[in-house]
Design a protein around this ligand. Sequence first.
Ligand code: SAM
Ligand code: DTB
Ligand code: SF4
Length: 327
Amino acid sequence: MNLQTGTEPVQAAGGPLRFDWEPREIGALFELPLNDLLYRAQQVHRQHFDPNEVQISTLLSIKTGGCPEDCGYCSQSVHHETAVEPEKLMDVEAVVAAARKARASGASRFCMGAAWRNPRGRNFERVLEMVEQVQAEGLETCMTLGMLDGDQARRLHAAGLDYYNHNLDTSPEFYGEIISTRTYEDRLETLQHVRDAGIHVCCGGIVGLGEQRTDRVALLEQLARQKPHPESVPVNMLVHVEGTPLDDVDPLDPFEFVRTIAVARILMPRSHVRLSAGREQMNDEMQALCFFAGANSIFYGEHLLTTPNPEADQDLRLFERLGLRPV
Ligand code: SAM
Ligand code: DTB
Ligand code: SF4
């Protein structure tokens, strides 16, 4: 295959989905001249999606801080001295009120995140109630609560949960540099429980952690080998948080981030690729390039979990300038 011309029929351009991408092939995509890579990604994108639609999800931190895990990037870990103060799990009513507000401002999905290693006891019963009530408001529901066992995944499904977010974060090789309190295998196991329970999978990672390109290749390989591909693939750019071990990591070249989005689009042609954390630090031109590379989902609303996100109005203005439709 001549990767340079971008004229060959690529698998994703209408062909069957592939789950056997080799690191060599993924690496070759990364190495393409940017214009060739973007052209390929946009071709694939247009085979499967309306290129001017962007799915919007609003995030809410339902349980902030005090997390026993030691993820090196995270403001919420008890292992790092950050400005985040630990809070208890929110009340169901407050969560439903936030969901209504998100729906009123146009979000189609409501994602609830908790800083837990895994959900337990009465707190788990309360999140089940949240799922039921947020769903009743006419929103798609998503949760990210850490590791799940099979029974918990089935109960979340029965409560009406549409998506579960659990990221692989980085390559299996680099993972140990970032997190020591749980393994890559643990993550894959939770993802299997989620899939087996019939919940859609939202699974992606973070770039800009100080990893090599080979790690970004290996992360995308892991994601693209999942069968089915994760329905949503969040690509986060590290948000530097004071007090975390990764605060002083050199920023990633923005074009390398765009390449990561484009390669994700080519490997997982039917998945929503979400331009996730890090938009606050990007200019409009960079975001436009990410949409051209195949990103077709964002987190919408002033906050991510503990860090800022662009104002909703600012995003709506950007959509208007780019002729994009939020859905
Ligand atoms: N505690 C749960 C877990 O880790 O599975 C759920 C919440 S956790 C904050 C969700 C994801 O947010 C992480 O897997 C990571 O990919 C992303 N994330 C967290 N902190 C980040 C940061 N500072 N910059 C970019 N992405 C971040
Ligand atoms: C995901 O991949 N990114 C979101 C969501 N899933 C839960 C979280 C981003 C968090 C950014 C840092 C913060 O706000 O604490
Ligand atoms: Fe805890 Fe999730 Fe943060 Fe890791 S990323 S420390 S599991 S809240």
